[in-house]
Design a protein around this ligand. Structure first.
Ligand SMILES: Cc1cc2nc3c(=O)[nH]c(=O)nc-3n(C[C@H](O)[C@H](O)[C@H](O)COP(=O)(O)OP(=O)(O)OC[C@H]3O[C@@H](n4cnc5c(N)ncnc54)[C@H](O)[C@@H]3O)c2cc1C
Length: 271
């Protein structure tokens, strides 16, 4: 297997355009597992880990920009994330354990395209834009449009994920990240969710459909009524209709549907 180690972003993009079939290696916590178990057979690897130009976390006016190569630990410990998007740090804290968080990147979580990726409902609920780069230039994609189906993304073979652009959350906003797995550490979500309530409700889930999803019907219902106990019960009923989970080794569709409602109910009770 050929192993390419670009020295900077330009070289990484050049390698990717010359070898679109090579696998990009960021932290390698997903990719190396698949290579070692023989599931991922690749002619070569392009190791982009540590390329500084796409690892930064910074403010840009009303927005926070998070480089795709920022590690989960960097996000958890970052001052700007704690201030302007604490719910992303909450989600990253539940990913794997310390070793995975130290090595794994946020871009890897997104590009891996697992419907159980824990950061994904946060990006969905926060209407994130994602920058993709190739040797030909840059383009912005709405996170909502990024997943075309189970493990299918809108990224072209010669593109790298570069950064995530998210509007800073305001002081009055209420939010939550919730995850249910077999235990607290090192477990992949049976259901995960990000909920927001500011001027309107935003409801996003992972692991309850082939891609992470926003629940627009339930949001519309909640945005159009006074949220009392009756409305909360109706929202739970609607959200259980909106998700489309499946049975797999981690859980059953029925349990996932039930839990999706329970998590929303907890959030509504808390606000
Ligand atoms: C023990 C264990 C526990 C885990 N627990 C969790 C968990 O609880 N929750 C969870 O969500 N995930 C979990 N994971 C999955 C994984 O660790 C995370 O998804 C992590 O964020 C992946 O980041 P990475 O940098 O290691 O990605 P990599 O393994 O380097 O890459 C993953 C995929 O994304 C592509 N890629 C990476 N970066 C880019 C880029 N910038 N541009 C283009 N393509 C790119 C790679 O080619 C590869 O296909 C776990 C994994 C392990 C091994």
């Amino acid at each position: 297997m050929e192993f390419l180690s670009p020295k900077n972003l330009n070289e990484a993009l050049k390698f990717k355009s010359e070898h679109p079939d090579f696998t990009v290696l960021a932290g390698g916590t997903d990719a190396c597992t698949l290579i070692n178990s023989g599931i991922l057979k690749s002619k070569g690897l392009i190791n982009i880990y540590g390329i500084k130009e796409i690892a930064e976390i910074k403010e840009n006016g009303d927005f926070l920009e998070i480089g795709a190569l920022a590690t989960l630990t960097q996000i958890i410990e970052n001052r700007l994330v704690s201030k302007f998007l604490p719910v992303l740090a909450m989600a990253c804290k539940t990913i794997g354990a310390r070793q995975i968080q130290n090595r794994g990147t946020i871009g890897g979580n997104v590009m891996n395209a697992s419907p159980a990726g824990d950061a994904l409902p946060v990006f969905l609920a926060y209407e994130t834009k994602m920058e993709l780069l190739s040797a030909k230039g840059s383009r912005l994609v709405l996170f909502e449009k990024f997943y075309a189906g189970y493990r299918k993304t809108a990224a072209e073979a010669d593109e790298l994920a570069a950064k995530f652009i998210i509007k800073k959350c305001d002081d009055k906003e209420r939010f939550a990240f919730m995850k249910v797995g077999t235990r607290r550490a090192q477990s992949i979500s049976k259901v995960c969710a990000c909920f927001r309530q500011s001027s309107s409700y935003k409801i996003a889930y992972g692991s309850v459909a082939p891609t992470p999803i926003r629940c627009y019907v339930t949001e519309k219902f909640l945005n159009g009524c006074k949220t009392d106990a009756f409305a909360a019960d109706e929202a739970v009923r609607l959200v259980r209709q909106e998700v489309s989970p499946m049975d797999d080794i981690r859980s059953t569709a029925n349990y996932r549907r039930h839990v999706a409602g329970v998590l929303l109910k907890r959030f509504l009770e808390s606000v």
